[in-house]
Design a protein around this ligand. Structure first.
Ligand SMILES: NC(=O)C1=CN([C@@H]2O[C@H](COP(=O)(O)OP(=O)(O)OC[C@H]3O[C@@H](n4cnc5c(N)ncnc54)[C@H](OP(=O)(O)O)[C@@H]3O)[C@@H](O)[C@H]2O)C=CC1
Ligand SMILES: N[C@@H](C[C@H]1CC(C(=O)O)=NO1)C(=O)O
Length: 327
């Protein structure tokens, strides 16, 4: 059985996670990493990993079965997604929830026009949590769904603050409201606003001479990321960032409580406890790369979300093995 040939576009936390995940999937082979930086400046996990300029990707159209896009959702994927979907089957973790419909359309057109398959918004949220919100609503139509994240490091929000002019480096932690969780677990199906469920805590290293007040204002008012939350911005040194903020744990849960009759309340819960947010997300991307390859072989072209993908396509096992072993 020929291995699935994978390319990595963009080499940050997620790119490193995909490199590690491919080594744990025997049906996958890493063709190389493609970066906007000078290849020799990029330190990969393995000396065997080839690093190329991202501009050379068109030369690899016949060498890569699936390109996994590891750029930032805020400023990279909006242009990289459509560009790459015209040349390759792709999988990405686009997570600016409010913009997923427009992003889907922007990727669907070039993918369809070129007979490619583009899986978008894959990961854990959006991704695995999205699937569990769907299951909850479909199975318990009379009910309420809640999603809580953290306390942990959001990569999307950390990427977003790093894009603010004047920010040299930074991370963002998401904190769930204990009061909100308590109300949800009481089964009273509370109406909670975005602001009531989570707060956001940013730790930022400023560029030399940057205006701290302007940076703080740009972060706390940022649409789609921070504007709807109570957000704190703490200015720290590079040393503090390196020593106190060098891990990326995260997690959370989706809970659906609903009634199947007046007498009976049912509760569905899906939870994640992640030692490494990027490595887990990368593992999801790699499993979905297997599905992208199979879907393209079936002539399923265009953009897809996790809702469109049969779970069996994710598995390294054949359908017959799945029926024997997992049903
Ligand atoms: N759906 C989900 O559940 C999840 C989605 N995500 C998404 O993944 C995205 C990427 O996250 P993450 O990998 O943490 O982002 P990073 O900031 O680590 O990397 C983003 C891009 O920045 C560039 N880059 C990385 N490191 C450096 C550096 N030291 N100097 C200059 N450029 C650098 C890379 O591009 P290049 O190599 O071309 O320079 C990389 O592709 C997030 O924006 C988020 O939206 C993340 C987690 C979960
Ligand atoms: N997309 C998120 C994954 C989860 C985490 C999160 C948050 O903390 O707001 N929302 O969704 C990420 O980039 O880490």
């Amino acid at each position: 059985q020929q291995q699935i040939r994978i390319g990595i576009a963009g080499y940050g936390n997620l790119g490193r996670g995909v490199e590690a995940a491919i080594a744990r999937n025997p049906d996958m082979a890493l063709v190389g990493v493609f970066t906007r930086r000078a290849p020799e400046s990029v330190q990969t996990l393995s000396a065997q990993t080839a690093v190329h300029p991202i501009a050379s990707l068109p030369d690899y159209r016949d060498a890569i079965d699936v390109l996994i896009l590891c750029g930032g959702s805020k400023d990279d994927l909006p242009h990289q997604g459509p560009e790459m979907a015209a040349m390759f089957n792709t999988v990405d973790s686009f997570d600016t929830h409010a913009r997923i419909p427009e992003y889907f359309a922007s990727v669907d057109a070039p993918a369809k026009a070129n007979g490619k398959t583009a899986l978008i918004a894959i990961g854990w949220d959006p991704g695995m949590f999205s699937l569990n919100r769907l299951y909850g609503e479909a199975l318990l139509p009379d009910g309420a769904t809640y999603t809580f994240w953290g306390k942990g490091l959001s990569q999307g929000h950390s990427d977003a603050i790093r894009r603010v002019p004047g920010v040299k480096a930074g991370v963002q932690y998401t904190l769930p409201s204990p009061e909100a969780i308590k109300q949800v677990r009481s089964g009273t199906r509370p109406e909670l606003t975005t602001r009531q469920k989570h707060t956001r805590e940013c730790h930022v290293v400023l560029e030399e001479g940057a205006d701290a007040a302007a940076v703080e204002q740009a972060i706390v008012t940022m649409p789609d990321y921070f504007a709807d939350y109570d957000t704190s911005v703490n200015f720290i040194s590079e040393e503090t960032l390196r020593t106190e903020h060098n891990r990326m744990p995260h997690g959370g849960f989706v809970i659906r409580s609903g009634n199947t009759s007046e007498a009976h309340t049912q509760v569905i819960e899906y939870a994640l406890q992640l030692d490494s947010n990027p490595e887990f997300t990368a593992s999801v991307l790699v499993a979905y790369a297997r599905a992208a390859c199979r879907l393209n072989a079936q002539g399923q072209y265009g953009a897809k979300t996790a809702f469109d993908i049969a779970p069996g396509l994710l598995s390294i096992k054949s359908p017959a093995q799945l029926r024997e072993e997992l049903l």
